[in-house]
Design a protein around this ligand. Structure first.
Ligand code: AQP
Length: 330
C-alpha cells in the first residue's frame, strides 16, 4: 500500500499494561510515519482498558506511561493530536447510538472477544462484548480515512465499515468509511515463548519485550525465546519461532532480507540471538532516554494532553451533532 497523504488518520492503544515491541512495530512505527503530511489523531484508549480486570489506583499512571511512550517513540505533538479517550465524552455517546444499529450476531463473531472472554470466563462484561462498537465510535467521530493497526484489529475495522455503511444508508451520509493500514511484515509479532500466539501485554512478561525493558532483561528474554531444532535462517523456510525473530531483526535493522539470511546462515542460534538482543537494546536506548525525560515533567505531559483534548473535542462534537440530528434526536 502506498504511504497515504492528505488523509485523516486515527488509532489508539489501551493503557492496559506496558507497551511492547509488537505495539511499536505493528502500530506506533506506522503512526510516526503517517503523522507527516496527514491529519493524525492518536488516542490513549482508556475506556477500552477498563473492559478487562484492572487496578484503579494504577490506571492514571498507565495513561501517562502510554502518552509518554507515544512521544518517546516519535509522535510529535506539533504534528499529531494526542489525547485521552475518556476526556472526550462524545466517544461514549456515539458508541451508544451506534450500538442501536449493530446486530448482536455480528459482535458474537469477533475473534478478539472470543479470545479475551476465554481468559476471564467468570467476569466477561457487556463492555468487553461491545468493545468493537466503542472502537467504531472512536474511528468514525473523526471522519477517519486510514486506521494504522496490527493484524488483530483488522476485523474490528471491517465491522466499523459495516456499521458506518448501515448508518449512512438508514440516516443519510454522516460517516467516512475507514480503511485499515497494516505493514504486512510487522502486523503480527508473535510471543517469544509460543509462536502460535501474538505478543500481548496482558500475558506473562517473559513472552514479550517491553519498550522499557532493561538490557539484561532483553538479553535474557531473547536468549530464552523458543527456536526450532536445526538452525535455518530463512524468511520463507524457517519455522514460525525463528521467522518471528527474523521479522524483529529485519524491522529494527532495516536490512534487506537476503543480507540478513546470508549474514546468519551457517551460524548458530546463540550467536543470532546475541546480535538480535544487542540490536534491540541499541534501538530502544534512545526511546527509553526520551521516555525518562518526558516523565520527569509530568505536568508538561498533562498540559499537552489538555491541548490534544481541545483539538479532538472540536471535531468530535461536530460529528456527534450531525449524527444526532440525522437520527432525529434534536
Ligand atoms: N503482537 C502484535 N503485533 C503487531 N501489532 C500488535 N498490536 C498489538 N499486539 C500486536 C497492535 O497494537 C495496537 C494496540 O493494541 P491494543 O493495546 O489496543 O490492544 P491489543 O491489540 O489487544 O494489544 P495487546 O498488546 O495484545 O493488549 P492486551 O494484552 O491488553 O489485549 C493495535 O493496533 C494492535 O493491532
Amino acid at each position: 500500500m502506498a504511504v497515504p497523504h492528505n488523509k485523516t488518520i486515527f488509532s489508539g492503544i489501551q493503557p492496559s499494561g506496558t507497551l511492547h515491541l509488537g505495539n511499536y512495530l505493528g502500530a506506533i512505527e506506522q503512526w510516526v510515519r503517517l503523522q507527516e503530511n496527514n491529519r493524525a489523531f492518536y488516542c490513549i484508549v482508556d475506556a477500552h482498558a477498563i473492559t478487562i480486570p484492572y487496578e484503579p489506583s494504577e490506571l492514571s499512571e498507565r495513561i501517562l506511561h502510554t502518552a509518554a511512550l507515544y512521544i518517546a517513540a516519535g509522535l510529535d505533538p506539533e504534528k499529531s493530536t494526542i489525547f485521552v479517550q475518556s476526556h472526550i465524552a462524545e466517544h461514549l455517546e456515539l458508541a451508544w447510538l451506534l450500538a442501536t444499529i449493530t446486530p448482536y450476531g455480528e459482535l458474537t463473531r469477533m475473534t478478539q472477544f472470543k479470545d479475551k472472554s476465554k481468559k476471564q470466563a467468570q467476569s466477561t462484561s457487556l463492555g468487553l462484548f461491545s468493545y468493537p462498537v466503542l472502537m467504531a465510535a472512536d474511528i468514525l467521530l473523526y471522519q477517519t480515512e486510514i486506521v494504522p493497526v496490527g493484524e488483530d484489529q483488522t476485523q474490528h475495522i471491517e465491522l466499523t465499515r459495516a456499521i458506518a455503511t448501515r448508518f449512512n444508508k438508514r440516516f443519510g451520509e454522516c460517516f467516512t468509511l475507514p480503511t485499515a493500514y497494516t505493514n504486512p511484515r510487522t502486523a503480527r509479532i508473535m510471543s517469544l515463548t509460543d509462536p502460535t500466539k501474538k505478543m500481548s501485554k496482558s500475558d506473562d512478561p517473559k513472552t514479550y519485550l517491553s519498550l522499557n525493558d532493561i538490557p539484561d532483561d532483553i538479553r535474557k528474554k531473547i536468549s530464552n525465546a523458543v527456536t526450532e531444532t536445526e538452525p535455518v535462517f530463512s524468511f520463507t523456510q524457517s519455522g514460525p519461532a525463528v521467522k518471528n525473530l527474523l521479522a524483529i531483526y529485519e524491522a529494527l535493522s532495516a536490512a534487506p532480507r537476503d543480507t540478513i539470511e546470508q549474514k546468519f546462515t551457517g551460524r548458530g542460534y546463540k550467536e543470532f540471538k546475541e546480535e538480535l538482543a544487542e540490536l534491540i537494546i541499541s534501538k530502544l536506548a534512545p526511546l527509553q532516554e526520551r521516555y525518562r525525560n518526558i516523565r520527569a515533567q509530568d505536568d508538561e505531559l498533562r498540559i499537552l494532553l489538555g491541548r490534544g483534548k481541545h483539538t479532538a473535542k472540536q471535531v468530535a462534537a461536530q460529528t456527534l451533532a450531525r449524527v444526532k440530528e440525522a437520527m432525529g434526536l434534536l
